[in-house]
Design a protein around this ligand. Structure first.
Ligand SMILES: [Zn+2]
Length: 330
């Protein structure tokens, strides 16, 4: 069984105090389901991914980041062996994830098929607990957090099963759960379902909340449930519900003024290598110009200081809050 008070990185356990400045939702690499079937048309170059990861680590280090949560779920090209290689080569803490992406963009078919004749909540719980405590697919490399995800405007039966399994696995392992919400919807519903399924609110972070940076009521609906929230699509401008980074910062300051500073997390959801054919065209789309792992260091930290936050406040958001996902008063 796992020790609930330590953080499991791909290199092994560390004390929460050693996490340091942490980005809670990024991807060294990511592949939508389907990329494997297209392999005839692209060449998998692991060294290229490792080289790109080196530049990513440099950009994070430039503003003091010591730990990255790679939130790539099981069905989107996750590779813990490669994450460990990156972590070792560049001496960066990397926490890997157990979880499944939302039904529309994940690989739901496998467990939906199994749900016809088997209890998939039980199967997913076993999977998550095994990955968190023993390792992924015989590698001995363990995941450290879980991810759940929901669709825009609804939580499907399949997504509900993945959420119930994550909550059950958390009760056994103590691992935090971080989430994906779609287009700024279902945050409160997702949080409520996690809590109703037995999750500890102090170990839940509802993600992509910054997609509703104009909507204080939505933010408070989620925060009142006792969970954390992540403003974790920083850098994407007007890609999601007409939101800019200035809107995001204004809302962070607003929520801090209301006393929620210890439950807000910042990240980018950057994808630094797309498994599959060349996807550089994506990064030329309008709104993606600033969407990269440098952005918090270059724009958000100065912007928050300009808005009157202290360096301590910034350190709270980026360094201290994450520790408390492991140090709860349970
Ligand atoms: Zn993501």
């Amino acid at each position: 069984m796992s020790d609930m008070s330590v953080v499991t990185t791909v290199r092994g356990a560390i004390d929460p105090d050693d996490l340091g400045r942490t980005l809670v939702h990024e991807h060294f690499f990511f592949g939508y389901p389907g990329h494997d079937g297209d392999r005839t048309m692209w060449h998998y170059d692991e060294q290229e991914i490792v080289d790109v990861a080196g530049t990513v680590v440099d950009k994070m280090r430039a503003y003091g980041v010591r730990t990255m949560f790679d939130l790539t779920p099981n069905d989107c090209g996750r590779d813990v062996v490669l994450l460990k290689r990156i972590s070792e080569q560049y001496d960066m803490h990397v926490v890997a994830t157990s979880g499944y992406y939302y039904e529309g963009e994940g690989a739901a078919s496998y467990f939906k098929f199994r749900s016809l004749f088997s209890d998939i909540v039980k199967e997913l719980t076993e999977l998550y607990v095994t990955e968190l405590t023993e390792g992924v697919a015989g590698t001995g490399i363990r995941t450290g957090v879980m991810k759940v995800a929901t669709s825009a405007g609804t939580i499907t039966d399949y997504e509900k099963a993945t959420i119930q399994a994550a909550a059950a696995a958390q009760q056994i392992t103590g691992a935090p759960i971080l989430t994906h919400t779609s287009h700024g919807t279902m945050g409160p519903e997702q949080a409520r379902l996690l809590l109703d399924s037995g999750a500890d609110p102090a170990k839940v972070v509802i993600g992509h909340m910054c997609e509703r940076s104009h909507d204080i009521a939505y933010q408070l609906d989620v925060l009142r449930l006792g969970v954390g929230i992540a403003f974790d699509r920083i850098g994407g401008t007007r890609m999601f519900n007409d939101v800019t980074d200035d809107d995001r910062m204004d809302m962070v300051v607003n929520l801090m003024d209301r006393g929620f500073g210890d439950r807000i997390f910042l990240s980018h959801d950057s994808v630094n290598h797309w498994k599959g054919r060349d996807a550089s065209g994506f990064h030329k789309l309008p709104g993606t110009e600033n969407w990269g792992i440098h952005r918090i260091g270059e724009y958000i930290i100065p912007g928050l200081l300009e808005r009157g936050l202290s360096q301590d406040d910034v350190d709270g958001l980026l360094n201290d809050n994450v520790k408390h996902l492991w140090k709860t008063g349970a």
